[in-house]
Ligand binder design. Sequence first.
Ligand code: 2AM
Length: 185
Amino acid sequence: MRLFAALVPPDEVLDEIETAIAPHVGQVPGLRWPARATWHITLAFFGEVPERVLPDLQVRLARAVARHSALDLAFDGFGAFSSVRRARVFWAGMSGGSMTRLADSVKAGARRAGAVETDEKRFHPHLTLARAKHEQDLSALVESLAGFTGSPWRAESVRLVSSTLGAQVRYESLAEWALAPPEPG
Ligand code: 2AM
């Protein structure tokens, strides 16, 4: 099974993004826009994981998540991979709490469980909003959204999600673990 760990922002926060991008959805040639119900922020991508690994993976991930505090985050703009001018993925980016530490911990736990096909790309937290088959210049789109700032939100849990590829990718949440309460101050 194909698995990844993700954060899912609250609905009110996703509403703000949905409103901001609404004038552009379906309007930019070459871009496909996944349904809002599938929006998530990937913490770690595990790739194909043998089913027998799942129980241990869940134990390790639960342990990793419990060691980290809830994260105070805010979406702060839009961008694209690999760059705005040569874009394949259009995303909303965020600032705030240390997602990298949490992601590293989750990846280390998964590796110990035998989920070895982890993503070695540098971690760049983002929420994918659209994908292109071929690289294209998205500077007009990104510029028209400049100045966007989302409301602050708190990431309080981590989900383990399975993804089934097909004409339309299907995501299923398999488990969800709470992060520890935020540190005071
Ligand atoms: P993306 O949002 O940038 O496309 C499920 O595929 C999730 O895992 C997606 O959110 C995807 O990120 C992320 N992911 C990270 N590395 C991946 C990889 N090597 N292959 C597929 N998806 C990956």
